[in-house]
Write a protein that binds this ligand. Structure first.
Ligand code: SAM
Length: 223
């Protein structure tokens, strides 16, 4: 659905993941095995009492399906620019369809209803944005959540350690090139989401690294 109340004017077109939607899960499995899924669910136990979640760049709904299974009260606004991904999400989370509100929107246009959400999730999505876009998104979202709301982030990262840094940079460059070809994604560098979230009124509560720091799961909280 596309609703005016959620929109502000867009700039460029978002990356197009439609034709990847059905194979996305398998492509991920063949490249990274189960490790990205482990990142997504890292902080799931902290979300048992949340009631209103916004999952941005939700993709094929694997995280949302797990969240809805574990928490029988939570209602999820699942936002994604790809209609194909949202179709996959609805199929996957069908047993809890009444608690899903699918928003086919560009996240950069999204205006969150004030103090509505107590959970935000962005798994492998912020890396589709520039640092400025993440900063604008975070500032807008801070207006849309109450104090104490959680924000879970999973993403690639460049580790600081001497031997891990270069291979990680090479892998991330290769991934950006591949997604550039496959989806038209124009971003070529990871955004500095840590500064953007910290400046917008979110505090980093926990961080878990995997693959020597190439992957990070983070739990942030609005203050
Ligand atoms: C790399 S995939 C990650 C999907 C999912 N969160 C996961 O963990 O597998 C990025 C997702 O973000 C969506 N996306 C990219 N740019 C977007 C934007 N500007 N607004 C909304 N969704 C966007 C894509 O359609 C895609 O589903």
């Amino acid at each position: 659905m596309r609703s005016k109340e959620y929109c502000r004017p867009a700039h460029s077109s978002p990356a197009n993941f439609n034709h990847l939607a059905r194979i996305y899960r398998w492509a991920e499995w063949f490249t990274f095995g189960p490790i990205l899924s482990k990142c997504r669910v890292e902080f799931l136990p902290a979300m048992k009492s949340q009631q209103s979640a916004l999952v941005i760049g939700d993709g094929d709904g694997r995280f949302t399906a797990r969240l809805l299974q574990q928490n029988s009260r939570v209602v999820v606004d699942a936002l994604d620019a790809s209609e194909g991904m949202l179709q996959e999400l609805k199929r996957r989370a069908a047993p809890n369809a009444s608690r899903i509100h699918a928003l086919n929107l560009d996240a950069r246009e999204f205006i969150a209803p004030s103090h509505h959400y107590d959970l935000i999730a962005t798994h492998f999505f912020l890396d589709c944005l520039t640092t400025d876009e993440v900063a604008r998104l975070a500032a807008g979202l801070r207006e849309g959540v109450a104090e104490g709301a959680l924000w879970v982030v999973s993403d690639f990262a460049v580790p600081n350690t001497r031997y891990a840094k270069l291979p990680a940079q090479l892998l991330i460059t290769a991934l950006y090139k591949a997604f550039g070809i496959l989806t038209g994604l124009r971003i070529r560098h990871l955004p500095d989401h840590v500064t953007a979230l910290a400046r917008s009124g979110f505090k980093l509560m926990q961080r878990r690294e995997r693959l020597g720091g190439l992957l990070a799961s983070e739990l942030w909280q609005a203050y």
